[in-house]
Ligand binder design. Sequence first.
Ligand code: FRU
Length: 472
Amino acid sequence: FKYDEPFRPLYHYSPFFGWTNDPNGMVYKDGEYHLFYQYNPYGSVWGNMTWGHAVSKDLINWEHKTPGILPDSEGTIFSGSAVIDKFNTAGFGKDAMVAIYTNDGDRQTQNLAYSLDNGKTFIKYKGNPVLTDPNIVDFRDPKVFWDNDSKQWIMSLATTQTITFYGSKNLKNWEKLSEFGEGIGAHGGVWECPDLFPLTYNGKTKWVLLVSINPGGPNSGSATQYFIGDFDGKKFTPDPLPYPLWIDNWRDNYAGVTWNNEPNGKTIFIGWMSNWDYANQVPSVNFKNAMTLPRELKLVNNGKHLVLANPPIETVKELRKETKTYENVSVNDTYTIKNLLSGNEGAYEIEMDIKPEKSNEFSFILSNNNNQQVSFIFDLTKEELSLDRTQSGDTDFAINFSSVIHSPIVKRNMYKIRLLVDKASIELFLNDGETAVTSLIFPKESYNNLTFKSLDKQPIQFNNINIYKLGL
Ligand code: FRU
């Protein structure tokens, strides 16, 4: 088959063949970052859930591996996490890689599989399941980490529309610690794929809880909300913030979680770059769906309150191959740069600074010579950034893919823009990831014209414009 089909990303992870949804079991060990993922090895629609497997030394160049964990008599293998058992608490061996996953069968249960050969092969634990609850139907997606303060493993588990925390000394026996989520955050759908982790802000430890929700996202379908607060080894207490807060307000970043055992103490996140609204229908052929860029999570103040910034990891800059620099553009109407990049094959980055000056409504537009385009529309009065993808290319494959998608932003004197395009995806980062938004696009040929518009005819500047061709 044709691996290199038109919508195959160049620098984002996608399965060699078949379907993917959530990233799973992300863990670092002995020089390698492991990425497992919800995988259908038999076709490019959801089904036969298996843990696919890929490894990378730098989180950018991925090597496809044979699937890690296969369905069994207890059911298919749903999402979960992996840890390195440094103190051999489970007795599988020192430094065993232990996966904690959901079996989806008659019921949903939590189970263990361990690997003594750095993720090449997994052995299912004979005492499975390690956690059941016959009364909860949606009981899944265990994310486990070692809590140094309380000296135990903590599991965050999605339990219908709450997150339940469990504790364990040995990964095998789990005790319920607390439950979070009633009356707070978004509840338009089922809660899935939680992740609880610490981040430092101003020298203090804060805890962040990610919760994916489907449906009920801010622009329809699936999206990932987060809470910032404290965790005392048992209970998560959220700070008073204007919840729901979303890690990415556009439509194509779901079920993301962070790497365990990251060697540089960073908190690195990757999401699934799709939406349950149309993930089974997107027009790629031999594979469906890809992951977002790896992003480093940081707490920052956006001028109003704390938010979870998620810029691309630093080494994404190493993808920059050729640079084209343009003169500063000052407009109070419209200006277009044609043929942005010669030989543009759809993997590129646009970097620029926007100085709104007196303008409160402006946009920039990427277009191709087939009348296909995406508009990025800033409305500073509403404090909103919208994407119009109604004319982006193929939009008819699903009922509501074609849409204008909104995200809140904060009014600033300057926006530092990084926009990364990879064939069928756009990731846009404002001010070092203070706002990060992601969208799928399916253009017939890559967009290669860039238009700047002042919509209220007030002067605005686009400065320091660099276009990079990206490659591995
Ligand atoms: C999220 C999800 C998880 C589940 C998996 C099944 O996208 O629904 O809750 O474990 O996908 O593939």
